[in-house]
Design a protein around this ligand. Structure first.
Ligand SMILES: Cc1cc2nc3c(=O)[nH]c(=O)nc-3n(C[C@H](O)[C@H](O)[C@H](O)COP(=O)(O)O)c2cc1C
Length: 323
């Protein structure tokens, strides 16, 4: 039985991997082929020093890319055996994947894989239609399958309590000029292979908005109107908060996002309350769960939109010197 990956298979899988989300679309990842396997590495030069001082966001993004990579290899017929942080002396190596026993992909793997190119952060207002119970269950299951939890905030008071925490975290962050400058630097008004296209940044925020928006875009909006009726807000959390836990959470995030796409739902991310340590702790206490919140999602039925650009695979994939 031939269990080696071909370079072509790995290139295709990396094309899927880079569709993962990342802070300000910085794409802080690299991939290298080595000894018959493929490795995912952080690209430390693409970490945002003010927004992501600890590297949490980089590890979430690399975890999400890793999930796409796993999915692509499984759908190509040879799932990977994955070791997280395989070399203690090289903490930049997030994961090493080697071929496992070939098998047919499951229908669930195929439909999640098909969702990769369709997923994008939808920051526009969602329709009022509630997310049905079976879709909520699928989203929570997706997080559980990747060893994380997804807490869906049910009821006006839970959402309002969360919104209070999120808005205050947003105010704390906005006071930092370096944080504001990073956001401005990564908004793109011309075609570019990274950064957030202004058109994808969502509408301008208004003082009455329930949830804070990061303010990438500023598309015009009728003043004085509510952004949307109460959206579904979900908090994704992991058992611990080590570097490995954050990579695990990134994989769970991507599985939840692809599950949402596959269910016809849109989502956007909201990480201000994760980035401010005090807010994150308040959020953790308000949920009463063990573990650490790693991301907040806003989920609902959205208007159509389009995926954002990515850098070319050749820019992020290092081939072996001796093939
Ligand atoms: C760790 C992390 C934090 C993020 N935080 C936010 C956020 O607070 N607000 C937001 O609108 N998008 C947030 N995003 C989404 C990114 O901006 C988005 O993934 C990126 O611009 C690429 O666009 P795409 O998701 O449409 O592919 C976050 C993504 C990651 C991985």
């Amino acid at each position: 039985m031939d269990t080696a990956y071909t370079v072509e298979q790995l290139r295709d899988a990396v094309t899927d991997a880079v569709r993962a989300p990342s802070l300000h679309n910085t794409q802080p990842w690299r991939f290298r082929l080595r000894d018959g396997g493929i490795e995912v590495l952080v690209d430390a030069t693409r970490r945002l020093p003010a927004t992501d001082p600890s590297g949490w966001g980089v590890r979430i993004a690399c975890g999400a890319a890793l999930f796409n990579l796993r999915l692509a290899l499984a759908v190509a017929g040879t799932p990977a055996r994955v070791r997280l942080r395989p070399y203690p002396a090289e903490p930049d190596v997030v994961a090493r994947l080697v071929p496992d026993v070939p098998r047919r992909p499951t229908p669930a793997e195929q439909s999640l894989h098909a969702a990769i190119p369709r997923r994008f952060s939808n920051r526009a207002p969602f329709w009022p239609d509630p997310v049905p119970a079976d879709a909520r269950w699928r989203l929570a299951e997706a997080a559980r399958a990747e060893l994380c939890w997804l807490e869906l905030l049910i009821g006006v008071s839970a959402v309002n309590a969360f919104a209070e925490i999120a808005r205050s975290a947003h105010r704390v962050l906005e006071r930092d000029p370096a944080y504001r400058a990073e956001r401005t630097d990564w908004v793109r008004t011309e075609p570019a292979p990274d950064g957030v296209p202004a058109a994808a940044g969502g509408p301008q925020s208004e003082p009455q908005d329930l949830l804070p928006s990061r303010g990438f875009g500023g598309l015009n909006r009728a003043p004085g109107r509510d952004f949307e009726p109460e959206p579904l807000v979900a908090v994704l959390g992991s058992a611990g908060n080590t570097a490995v836990d954050q990579v695990v959470a990134g994989q769970a995030l991507q599985r939840v996002l692809l599950t949402a796409t596959d269910s016809g739902l849109s989502a956007s991310m909201l990480s201000q309350p994760i980035e401010v340590p005090g807010a994150r702790e308040q959020l953790r206490l308000s949920l009463g769960r063990f573990g650490t919140p790693q991301m907040v999602l806003r989920i609902g039925y959205g208007q159509p939109g389009s995926p954002t650009p990515r850098r070319d695979v050749d820019e992020v994939l290092e081939l072996p010197v001796h093939p």
